[in-house]
Ligand binder design. Structure first.
Ligand code: IMP
Length: 174
């Protein structure tokens, strides 16, 4: 197995703290509601699992898989929904849960796709954000960490399907 150089960026404890802060904001804003949390696979599954256990509002959970028509590292901007929604979106308070917003193309596309389904409200929660790489504007309603322009792994994020299991967040050093 090639040994990439990983540099620790955020510890397990730092991530836990930020997830708790996001959960608090969601608990405050969705009081009395029954939001539909939509996770984008695969990266968001770790974040989703930790986040929902800190929520005090009842939630419904669903996941979608999106795929880019481009190569793995270069997003083409044309994205298709590979595994679609099972839940009805119309009239629901929908909160999209994303691991990382990079160029913004993936989540930007998905938010437009959902908007056409007429949810009652639509918001985005992203644990990690790389604003320096943005190609399309994306409003992040609940944001965890801002990252430098480096490839990040751990806490659900992979590099060629590796490193998702790491409890901390690392960046790959060139
Ligand atoms: P986009 O460029 O915002 O469309 O990001 C598309 C997807 O690329 C994200 O949902 C992640 O799955 C993946 N991605 C972007 N940056 C990173 C990174 O630093 N590490 C791991 N995956 C990433």
């Amino acid at each position: 197995m090639p040994a990439e150089q990983l540099k620790l960026l955020f510890t397990e404890e730092e991530i836990r703290g930020q997830v708790a802060k996001l959960a608090q904001e969601i608990n405050r804003d969705y009081q009395g509601q029954y939001p539909l949390l939509l996770g984008i696979l695969k990266g968001s599954f770790v974040f989703m699992a930790d986040l929902i256990r800190l929520l005090e509002v009842p939630v419904e959970i669903d996941f979608v898989t999106l795929a880019s028509y481009g190569s793995a590292r270069v997003t083409s901007g044309k994205i298709r929904v590979v595994k679609g929604l099972r839940s009805a979106v119309k009239g629901r308070d929908v909160l999209v849960i994303e691991d990382i917003v990079d160029t913004g193309l993936t989540v930007g596309y998905f938010m437009d796709y959902l908007r056409r389904k007429k949810p009652s409200s639509l918001k985005l929660c992203a644990l990690f954000d790389k604003p320096s790489r943005r190609e399309v504007p994306v409003d992040i309603d609940y944001r965890g960490f801002i990252l430098p322009d480096k490839f990040a792994v751990g806490y659900g994020l992979d590099f060629n399907e590796r490193f998702r299991h790491l409890p901390e967040l690392y960046v790959i050093e060139d």
